[in-house]
Design a protein around this ligand. Sequence first.
Ligand code: PMV
Length: 333
Amino acid sequence: MTSTLASAPAKIILFGEHFVVYNQPIILASINKRMKIECKIEEDKNNTVNIETNHFGKKTFPLSIIESNNHSIVNDFFYPIIYILRKILRYYSEPYGITIKIHSEIPYGVGLGSSAALSVAGVAAISGLNNIVKEKNEILNIAIETERIIHKNSSGADCVVSTYGGLLYYQRTTSINMRSLNLNNELSFIIINTGLKHSTGQLVSIVKRFRENNLPEFHHLSNDVSRICERAVNALEEGNYLHIGKLMNENQTILERIGVSTTEINNIINSSLQYGAIGSKLTGAGGGGCVLSLIHHQDKEYFLANMKKRGYECFPVMIENQGLKVNIKSRNF
Ligand code: PMV
């Protein structure tokens, strides 16, 4: 009997969302909120796959789901997990049952990378059932493939940071092109959740349309984002708060231009700047989701108290250096 536990972190995008889909650089970081997935294979589970979650209830499938290409589940919330099972356990032959428990600390559908963390932790935990610890790059490739069933044009950036962790500069090319950045200062970020869920796929399509209709302008904006990322690398490594904040504000103006910001996001950003944020922008796909604000440590409590008074759901986050964590045990839980 084998049990496995894998966890993968959520992420924030500091600079470069959307343009990364068109091969521009992106700077993003894993944060201290995790997706934890626990799997076990048991002999007495009547050939079933039981999936339990803390946000989406639970569901039982016949074990044959791993073998059959049953397309009626393609729109099921649990499909990514079934996809991973099919990919990894397809040839496991003895009678058994699988239990998968998913515990997420990551708000879902608001740009914090919950689907990437689900894919990364899911691939690692399910591979562990074969008593194999896969290399991180192998896990990453299957996780990106899995995430693409949720949003088909994913740049893969979320899965990269969830796998490797830390603060990363990443560019989508034919191979994985990334570099870890060293922070000079610990940065103090606050996430403000609009509470409005978004579909990353739909927002990526909005940007695609903007690009098609405004090709020369989009080219220009892409160069601006690329320049922002290059400058941000230095600002982050120097721990230059003011410069980082200024670049975040510049990036937000570009995101507004391509149509992924909203009135609610803009209102949150204005309040953030009013209560002491040095920089503030949407993080992730936009169209709702979350706002990321950079704040001096000493202003954090004042900021949180005032934003909460205005009714905003907000919480501080830390950049976490560790990405995927895996633990495999070949015995009972
Ligand atoms: O799914 P989200 O909200 O974390 O956004 C992902 C970031 C995008 O650049 C908009 C899409 C991508 O695939 O990189």
